[in-house]
Design a protein around this ligand. Structure first.
Ligand code: UDP
Ligand code: MG
Length: 330
């Protein structure tokens, strides 16, 4: 039986690019002698994205669509995509054609050679701001230093995963998932495919600074305890320095007539140190907030509508996918 590939495409306000994306992906997938599904996850778009994808799904049985009740975020959208995928392998790809779909046949070839994960690693990023390239570069290298998990640098979520890998991924069920890290953590036979990241085909980035920060803090807190240890290291160093200074002051008071005049130095030390303590508290807060998310155990996302799924073939008994006919009847 022909193998099936699920392509997961997260969408947030992508009306400008979605038609082009659908056409280019379909073109690539049609060339393969394989069955496929294009699984669009509409992450609460406020523009015409949903109606466009709906139209594709009515016309093309390869298209499936999950529509979230609101914007849950890119990482959650791709997690939902893998939850609902039914292929022998799943490919995660951005909707804006920055990850060229033409790389998919090569990924599949590596998969057929026996690799379980084929991740696309960026050699070069075109058409992105200096700030984006620089911050991404620093982030991947910092994360690499901070963690023992081998998370490859300059690698986003554009990757292929064998069914056995994405089945394990589903079980992790983290509330603030950093998917690329989780896939590295899972292990299996992984390999890189080098590529040049293209410019966005149309539309604007959906990753403002706030979302970029959230993603990087998720990455670091999920894969490293180092920031928590910083308080003890810095604390030890500072008490050491304090002790030495105390000896100096004692010496001055007892054996010399230097008057210690200290208002400005006191203020500076006060500000520096209280700032430092607050930063450390904030770091601890990041971890506590994430523990809180885990404990509340809310569902990761809410699917408001879905299109193109076959209820008889649902992956999970608890989920019901309305068929096209049912959708029309409602
Ligand atoms: N995206 C999403 N939810 C969000 C933000 C982004 O599903 O809250 C999707 C977006 O539609 C795109 C992918 O995630 O398919 C990557 O986003 P984008 O291209 O804007 O990020 P950038 O390439 O600028 O980092
Ligand atoms: Mg992009």
């Amino acid at each position: 039986m022909a193998k099936k590939i699920s392509v997961v495409i997260p969408l947030y306000n992508e009306e400008a690019v979605i038609e082009q994306t659908y056409e280019r992906m379909t073109h690539v997938m049609e060339q393969l002698a394989m069955d496929y599904e294009l699984l669009f996850v509409n992450d609460g778009s406020k523009d015409k994205t949903l109606s466009l994808v709906q139209a594709f799904s009515f016309a093309d049985p390869h298209v499936k669509c999950l529509h979230f009740s609101r914007n849950f975020g890119h990482q959650i959208a791709i997690t939902a995509g893998t939850d609902y995928a039914s292929g022998d392998a799943v490919i995660i790809i951005d909707a804006d054609l920055q990850d060229p779909p033409e790389l998919i046949p090569e990924m599949i070839q590596k998969w057929q050679e026996g690799y379980d994960v084929v991740y696309a690693q960026r050699m070069k990023r075109n058409g992105e701001t200096f700030f984006k390239k620089w911050s991404a570069k620093i982030f991947y290298r910092t994360l690499h230093k901070l963690t023992d998990v081998e998370i490859p640098v300059d690698t986003g979520d554009f990757r292929l995963m064998d069914k056995k890998v994405y089945t394990e991924l589903k079980k992790l069920n983290e509330k603030n998932p950093f998917v690329r890290g989780l896939v590295s953590w899972l292990g299996f036979k992984q390999t890189a495919l080098l590529y040049e990241r293209e410019e966005r085909a149309a539309g604007e980035t959906k990753y403002p600074l706030k979302k970029m920060l959230k993603l990087s803090i998720d990455g670091i807190t999920s894969f490293s305890y180092q920031p928590l240890k910083l308080a003890s290291y810095a604390g030890a160093a500072l008490s050491g320095a304090g002790f030495v200074y105390m000896l100096i002051v004692l010496f001055q008071t007892l054996f010399t007539d230097t008057t210690v005049n200290g208002w400005s130095s006191m203020i500076i030390i006060q500000l520096l140190f209280s700032g430092f303590v607050l930063v450390i508290l904030g770091m601890i807060g990041e971890y506590i907030g994430r523990i809180y998310d885990e404990v509340k155990d809310r569902p990761l996302y809410i699917v408001a509508e879905s299109y193109g799924f076959d209820p008889k073939r649902a992956n999970s008994e608890t989920l019901h996918y309305p068929t096209f006919m049912e959708q029309k009847a409602n």
